[in-house]
Design a protein around this ligand. Structure first.
Ligand SMILES: C[S@@+](CC[C@H](N)C(=O)[O-])C[C@H]1O[C@@H](n2cnc3c(N)ncnc32)[C@H](O)[C@@H]1O
Length: 268
């Protein structure tokens, strides 16, 4: 059991990590913030790195519904819900993420209610949302059980959580120990410690977890129905330099990455 003071300390470290590392920043080398830059971000995200995401996330399916995204990052995914007519709400731990997302919504002339907040303590009443969406965020939250229970609390009865988590794939079992061995960190560090070191593109993320199917579903017992799906996908967690390698390499990666992540669909 972590004391309140320690939990606040962990959260502070996590916040300062993300505050200076906007997600998706490295997808494009074009001039930051230009239309061409954001167009490349969108293209890379839905065509290269996560080709299954547009359908799996159900961006087109919630017109007129109240959708909350937890951990909006730079807002790319929330914009897709908004473009397809959802009433959008978004939170992120960082000011940088919320500021960027607000600007992108303004530029797109779309509306969203955006604020800085912590996934462990959502600033919304019980039974508020039809959908809670979160991609690659909850596995970075200090108290993940609390975050899942908050998602359950703010969903309306019958509402749906659509969430994405890291899977324990070949990187976890093969790549991290191999790369760790070459760099002198393995076997001194165990697989979970190596995941902290290597899992994010920027490296050394303060909090990260990876899951097998059973492990992730165990968090969703409060829901009336929870299912886990995996998809082949290149993902974005191998480190910048590997994405420069050619298309044949990418094709092999797509096959290897069957357990790259879990999409959870859970109904309250
Ligand atoms: C890997 S990024 C993913 C962002 C976005 N969902 C995406 O897929 O690009 C993780 C995001 O989660 C946010 N985050 C981390 N911990 C959080 C917390 N406790 N509450 C809310 N957001 C958090 C970070 O600020 C960051 O924007």
């Amino acid at each position: 059991m972590v004391s309140g003071k320690m939990a606040r300390g962990i959260l502070k470290v996590s916040k300062s990590y993300w505050e200076t590392r906007l997600p998706q920043r490295w997808y494009s080398k074009k001039e930051y913030g230009t239309d061409a830059y954001w167009e490349e971000i969108v293209r890379k995200r839905y065509l290269t790195y996560f080709p299954y995401l547009y359908t799996a996330a159900e961006f087109r399916k919630h017109s007129g519904k109240k959708v909350l995204e937890i951990g909006v990052g730079v807002g790319t995914d929330l914009l897709q819900f908004a473009k397809h007519g959802a009433e959008c709400y978004g939170i992120d731990l960082t000011k940088a993420g919320i500021k960027t997302t607000k600007k992108r919504f303004e530029d797109a002339k779309l509306k969203a209610n955006l604020q800085v907040a912590n996934a462990e303590k959502l600033p919304f009443k019980d039974d508020t949302f039809d959908v809670v969406y979160s991609m690659g965020v909850i596995h970075h939250v200090p108290d993940m059980k609390k975050a899942v229970s908050e998602i359950h609390r703010v969903l309306k009865p019958g509402g749906k959580a659509i969430l994405w988590f890291y899977g324990k794939d070949w990187k976890y079992y093969l790549w991290f120990p191999l790369w760790g061995f070459i760099q002198g960190h393995f076997p001194k560090e165990n697989l979970n410690q190596l995941a902290h070191r290597y899992m994010e593109v920027e490296g050394n993320v303060p909090i990260v977890r990876m899951f097998r199917k059973k492990e992730i579903l165990a968090y969703f017992t409060e829901f009336s129905n929870a299912r886990a799906f995996n998809h082949r996908g290149y993902g974005t967690s191998l480190g910048k330099k590997f994405y420069k390698i050619n298309k044949a390499f990418a094709a092999v990666m797509n096959v290897l990455s069957r357990y790259n992540g879990w999409t959870i669909k859970a109904v309250k």
